[in-house]
Ligand binder design. Structure first.
Ligand code: C5P
Length: 264
């Protein structure tokens, strides 16, 4: 059995540029992989199957892991089926990219297990059909992403730092957050390195989020910004062991992968 790390991501900044005729939004975002992640166990089998440590996660063909396996088979014409087991650590509906990361990990893993016949460039193209964030996870870990998020421009690694992810109980679905975005509020000039144009939409949908952000700032963090479509925040600043009732905290740092190797 093989095991692959499947990292989460944060969006250091997230700009929404406008609505597109295809129902998506044009975005510009700086994305970074972090060392919070799932572990995906894979072994060859006669047909695909999926189990997961999180009983609330659907393990049928709606799961991006099985969708990615099927897509790889269809596109590559390599008839490889697998038994997948996911040890889930990335909170779901948090804006941390868990499902997208799992899908990218499957594409990478299946290509590696079948002799690396598919070029990375092609894998990235296939990845875009699975979701806007999936191609990013085939980057080396730091990228400026444009289009609907699927156009990945690799960036040099950023200076690493230890910081916190704060995840409240409330969840948010990505389409709902985009649907409620007020484009007039997404101004073209932004102050500072960290911001998220989806915050105001998420804050309207989950009215407890603005107070949580204030509470996080009052713990001593100097920067608290929602990641992706939420509800998790990344929190920068020197704070030891933050604690808030009903909020999960993860102490994390940036990670990169080396060209030709997967994330560990
Ligand atoms: O690409 P993905 O499957 O992750 O997108 C989920 C949903 O989020 C889309 O169907 C769309 O409603 C919304 N979305 C968007 N603009 C983007 C990415 C996603 O409106 N750039």
């Amino acid at each position: 059995m093989l095991r692959f790390f499947s990292p989460a991501k944060i969006n250091l900044f997230f700009r929404v540029l406008g609505a597109r005729p295809d129902g998506y939004h044009e975005v510009a975002t700086l994305m970074q992989t972090i060392n919070l992640g799932d572990t995906l166990f894979i072994e060859p089998a006669l047909q695909d199957s999926l189990t997961c440590t999180d009983p609330t996660l659907p393990c049928d063909h709606s799961n991006l892991i099985l969708k990615a396996a099927q897509l790889f088979r269809e596109k590559s014409k390599i008839r490889r089926a697998c038994k997948f087991h996911l040890a889930k650590h990335i909170p779901v509906e948090a804006g941390l990219g868990g499902g997208s990361s799992n899908a990218a990990t499957v594409l990478w893993a299946l290509n590696q297990m079948t002799g690396e016949k598919i070029e990375l460039k092609l894998l990235k193209k296939w990845a875009a059909a699975l979701g806007s964030d999936v191609p990013f996870f085939l980057s080396c870990g730091t990228a400026h992403c444009t289009g609907r998020g699927e156009l990945v421009h690799e960036k040099p690694p950023l200076k690493n730092q230890s910081f916190w992810i704060a995840k409240p109980k409330e969840k948010l679905s990505t389409p709902e957050v985009y649907k409620n975005v007020d484009l007039a509020q997404c101004t073209s000039v932004k102050q500072g390195d960290y911001f998220n144009d989806l915050e105001s939409s998420a804050f309207k949908l989950v009215p407890t989020l603005p107070a949580l952000k204030q509470q996080l700032l009052s713990l001593g963090f100097h920067t608290v910004v929602m990641t992706g479509s939420g509800t998790a925040f990344f929190c920068l600043g020197q704070v030891q062991n933050p604690m808030i009732d009903g909020v999960q905290f993860f102490n994390v740092e940036f990670i990169q992968r080396k060209e030709g190797a997967w994330y560990t």
